[in-house]
Design a binder for this molecule. Structure first.
Ligand code: ME8
Length: 658
């Protein structure tokens, strides 16, 4: 019976379209799943979407649709998550949505099970809440008073809530992290133990009453289940745990690997095992926390506006080249800086130059010198030379090192090893100079055939090991070198000489044409600009002022950077927000601004804004306003829209704008 292998990606928030950073983890999981299938494992590869929570509810409200309509569009709509995974050739066996009925019902049973086991109890929650991350934090966990994950301001929150006895499992979880290879890479263990377990693991708030878009607690329907309890459980509900939709929990669980980004390692390596301990279920074997793809040194995120669109890149460079780049370039456990230049450089060097050239030169020579098939007997040379045995030894040993790398979740190292052999093969062409041998076919024909056979065989072995990364391109490679099914198998990758001596060779298109860097960069910039413009709503701009203002008059206006210390709604006004501002003077400044329609007060705390401060104070709704906050204003479908001008947080309060 074949060995089973269960691997998962995180389930993605359908709050925005996905970017290349999200694609990174799914491609890595796909490569691993394909590798395991290649080796003969019975693989279950799960991905999906994490659709509940306040963030989604808020976004849906802003978009004027129901939360379900909102997530349906991002998951199933054109250019949505399902389309993206299809485009990227993701071979998941199952796809779970946390709004699926079977999952919702199973979550209610899971919650009740932990409650019945005495691990969930009712209490009242007071704490610091980060809305975008949907995470509660203790004072000591905050960094500079802000959310330790995303750096945004947190707010005080108190509500009646259910709690999970996470503290009860602290010792067992610490042992799991420190004394086993559960959490990888090893470097992540200290961070978890020192930052979260040693300071004292507190019980976890696992229900909410402040919004409704979630799984209701069936025995207390005013509460919805905390989104992370709902989300983490997907890994077992998708196998049929406490539901009848699927029936392979006993077969596939425990998971072999959860691949997750580093910022959600905490949930997967502390909360998730504790939940499973509470339910008396086996623990996953490994959690691997990969790094982030960075852009300009920071994490890509829609709110920062620095995302890279995988659709544009895949269309321009091909899906396989993009998949390859992601896996080849960035060590899986570390952060890596994404750039279009690096992408093009990698494609040109590894794919066009090294692999593409090896294949096109070799197949062209077999066609030119032997009419498309080598003669029988070419495998065994009359007089082997050092360079032959060197190449053969390297290629024959490759599968073993590659296997070790892949088993250690180091796809970047596995690919580096494959490309060392490809580079060796290209050097072998220079050393053996087939074109010189071809000048005297009578004397050198057998030697030439042997040289070309060695090259084809090297391409075949490398091709097999590249299947998990570039499946479609490798099908083309095998067609060009005439490798039959047996010669494409995992087993045959360890057996030198598996390619038939007389395999029919076709010279096809270069699998990876060279890319003109400057031209491609300009085209990408134009495509990104077009996408940015298309995403903007049609604007109606205010007419420009006809009259000039004289310079001295303008200079009298005192514009300053101000930091929002507090912001609240003004009673009985649906227009006004009251700001307490740091203007650098040491005394708080109060300004009232009519922007309540466009902003929630809590979202503005901590932001750096621009104010004109030398206007005469005036009273609004009985409160004094000393200055005015500057906004950009335009009309959208006839309706006025205001955007507060926010500037770099590095600008100190009180800095003068001139
Ligand atoms: O976290 N580089 O969903 P999500 C690398 N719903 N990986 C990145 C990345 C980047 N720039 N940006 C995002 C969630 N990711 C939860 C998961 S699992 C039970 C629930 C990765 O859509 C990120 O690290 O915000 C995470 O692993 C994944 O994309 C999904 O992020």
């Amino acid at each position: 019976m074949s060995k089973k292998f269960y691997i998962t990606t995180p389930i993605y928030y359908p709050s925005d379209k996905l970017h290349i950073g999200h694609t990174y983890c799914t491609v890595a999981t796909d490569a691993m799943a394909r590798y395991k299938r290649l080796t003969g494992c019975d693989v279950m590869f799960l991905t999906g979407t994490d659709e509940h929570g306040q963030k989604i509810e808020d976004k849906a409200t802003a978009a004027g649709v129901t939360p379900q309509q909102f997530v349906d569009n991002i998951v199933e709509g054109e250019g949505g998550i399902l389309d993206l995974w299809k485009l990227m050739n993701i071979s998941n066996d199952r796809f779970i949505r946390t709004t699926d009925d079977y999952h919702v019902a199973a979550i209610q049973k899971i919650f009740r099970k932990m409650y019945d086991n005495g691990d969930i109890y009712k209490g009242s929650y007071k704490g610091k809440y980060c809305k975008p991350c949907e995470s509660f934090w203790t004072e000591s966990q905050l960094v500079d008073g802000k959310c330790p994950d995303c750096g945004r301001p947190v707010e005080d929150a108190e509500e009646e809530a259910y709690f999970f006895r996470l503290s009860k499992y602290a010792d067992r979880v610490q042992h799991l992290l420190e004394d086993t290879d559960f959490l990888q890479p090893r470097s992540r263990v200290n961070e978890m133990v020192n930052n979260f377990i040693k300071p004292g693991l507190e019980d976890l708030c696992v229900s909410r009453t402040s919004f409704t878009w979630g799984v209701p607690v069936d025995f207390d329907p005013g509460h919805v289940v905390y989104v992370w309890v709902d989300a983490l459980s997907n890994y077992i509900t998708a196998l049929g745990y406490l539901n009848d939709k699927y029936n392979d929990y006993d077969h596939y669980w425990p998971a072999d690997y959860h691949f997750v980004g580093k910022e959600i390692v905490r949930f997967h390596s502390i909360i998730w095992p504790a939940m499973l301990m509470s339910m008396n279920e086996p623990l996953p074997k490994h959690v691997f926390g990969h790094g982030w793809l960075l852009l300009d040194g920071g994490k890509m995120s829609k709110s920062k506006g620095n995302v890279v669109d995988p659709y544009i890149l895949a269309e321009k460079f091909g899906v396989d080249a993009l998949r390859f780049f992601l896996m080849r370039t960035f060590p899986f456990g570390s952060d890596g800086n994404f750039s279009n230049e690096l992408l093009i450089q990698t494609i040109n060097t590894d794919l066009a130059n090294d692999l593409g050239n090896l294949l096109s030169r070799t197949t062209a020579m077999v066609n030119k010198y032997f009419g498309g098939a080598l003669p029988a007997g070419c495998k065994a040379p009359a007089a082997p030379q050092d360079c032959d045995s060197d190449l053969i030894a390297m290629a024959s040993a490759l599968r073993n090192t590659y296997e070790k790398d892949m088993e250690a979740c180091a796809p970047h190292t596995a690919l580096a090893d494959v490309f060392k052999v490809i580079q060796r093969a290209n050097k072998y062409i220079d050393e053996t100079a087939p074109w010189a041998l071809a000048k005297d076919m009578e004397a050198n024909g057998a030697r030439l055939a042997h040289v070309l056979y060695n090259l084809l065989e090297t391409a075949r072995i490398c091709g097999i090991l590249l299947i998990p990364f570039m499946p479609d391109s490798m099908t083309q490679l095998f067609a060009q070198i005439g490798a039959d099914e047996a010669a494409q198998s995992w087993d045959s990758a360890a057996v030198w000489g598996s390619l038939s001596e007389t395999a029919p060779i076709t010279k096809g298109d270069n699998l990876f044409p060279r890319i003109d860097m400057d031209k491609a960069l300009a085209e990408l910039e134009a495509a990104a600009e077009a996408a940015r413009k298309a995403a903007l709503p049609p604007l109606e701009i205010e007419p420009f002022a006809a009259e000039n203002v004289d310079f001295d008059t303008f200079c009298k206006s005192d514009f300053r950077a101000v930091k929002v210390k507090a912001c609240t709604n003004v009673k009985k006004s649906d227009k006004l927000l009251k700001f307490t501002l740091d203007d650098g003077s040491g005394t708080d400044r109060q300004i009232l601004s009519g922007i309540a329609k466009w902003y929630k007060p809590e979202d503005l705390v901590g932001k750096t804004l621009v104010a004109i401060i030398n206007l005469p104070p005036r009273k609004m709704m009985g409160q004094e306003s000393c200055g005015m906050l500057i906004s950009a204003v335009h009309k959208e479908k006839g309706e006025e829209k205001l955007h507060l001008i926010m500037v770099d947080d590095a600008i100190p309060a009180g800095a003068k704008l001139c």
